[in-house]
Ligand binder design. Structure first.
Ligand SMILES: [Zn+2]
Length: 337
């Protein structure tokens, strides 16, 4: 642990306190790095200089600090620590609402200037369980000019989708914003996970779930083209790239902890604006094992596509949940096998 002061400017924690709830202390280990870690992550150490007072780290923005550890009693932000220590109620102050997807309006986490040390895996809670053991068919990030707020995992309609960590079901119903049948679980560290496009819900709001418990069956509901699980990880409604937390290949959490800082969140979008979740899996035949997709081009008709891919119109309709009369949008991926 490097020392945190010297000539680096202290960061105000007011903004942070505006949205940090009084959470159960053993759930969330807030460690607020008053002046350092956020900057450390964002800036590179350019050089180190050995002096008679100790080693100095020089950063790319020409600030510096001693790397010698100071006497550290575990409290990094005495003010925040005081608030938590006095809180005998231990309650979540993220709103608990079973009817809406998003519950904490106005928290622009890109403006977060402190770093929260969030525990993802600890001795109290059951281990991470993959929600579905499917391959990743679409990642977090921009695609077709829109932001994809989660990750898509391949599945067949009817496959069992499981809670990835223990927590409490905050939302379980059909969502007409694009998610289709959606389950949202709030976990004990404040993170929420979203499981979208389910064909069936197996849980009800306010139900406690443990990691690995079935919560729904995979499907193709909402704005979805082809059965898959759309999976999101959010903190105070702001999506985080699930791959920051989870290694989907090894099916484990990447680390016991997640350091939450402004850079984890998407800039330039007001936090209360949540674009509809347009699902168009960008799947290539090589990735999708035996599934084959075709991207609709201008002038294509279903019968032409069927003939070209040696299949039938009714088979394509069945695979994609469409009718022969459905208008095909250019660029749409259709599963043909
Ligand atoms: Zn998705």
């Amino acid at each position: 642990m490097v020392c945190l002061t010297e000539n680096r400017k202290p960061i105000e924690s007011d903004l942070f306190l505006n949205f940090v709830p009084r959470m159960k202390q053993y759930f969330l280990f807030f460690i607020v790095f008053l002046s350092g870690l956020n900057a450390l992550i964002a800036q590179n150490v350019m050089d180190t200089i050995q002096t008679d007072k100790g080693r100095i780290l020089v950063y790319s923005d020409r600030t510096w600090q001693y790397s010698t550890p100071k006497n550290f009693d575990g409290v990094m932000n005495p003010y925040l620590h005081g608030l938590l220590a006095k809180d005998s109620v231990y309650r979540f102050s993220q709103r608990w609402d079973n009817n809406v997807c998003y519950t904490s309006k106005g928290n622009d986490l890109t403006r977060l200037r402190d770093t929260i040390w969030l525990c993802v895996q600890d001795s109290i809670h059951t281990n991470y369980c993959p929600p579905i053991k499917g391959i990743v068919t679409s990642r977090y990030g921009y695609r077709n000019g829109k932001h994809h707020n989660g990750i898509d995992l391949d599945l067949e309609t009817g496959d069992t989708v499981k809670a990835c960590w223990s927590g409490k079901v905050r939302y379980a119903k059909f969502n007409d914003g694009g998610f289709g049948n959606l389950v949202i679980i709030r976990h004990y560290n404040g993170l929420e996970t979203f499981y979208a496009h389910l064909s069936k819900l197996l849980v009800v709001p306010n139900q406690d779930v443990v990691a690995g418990e079935p919560i729904g069956l995979g499907g193709n509901t909402g704005h979805s083209f082809g059965a898959h699980l759309h999976f999101e990880v959010r903190l105070y409604d702001a999506p985080i790239n699930p791959e920051e937390v989870i290694d989907f290949k090894k099916m484990v959490t990447k680390d016991e902890n997640l350091l939450v800082h402004g850079g984890l969140f998407r800039k330039g979008v007001k936090p209360e604006v949540h674009p509809k979740d347009n699902e168009r899996p960008q799947v290539t035949p090589a990735v999708a094992q035996n599934k084959v997709y075709y991207k609709v081009r201008s002038g294509d008709t279903l019968s032409e596509i069927a003939a070209r891919n040696k299949t039938t119109v009714s088979k394509i309709c069945q695979l994609n949940g469409i009718k022969p009369s459905t208008t095909l949008q250019i660029g749409r991926s259709l599963r043909v096998r």
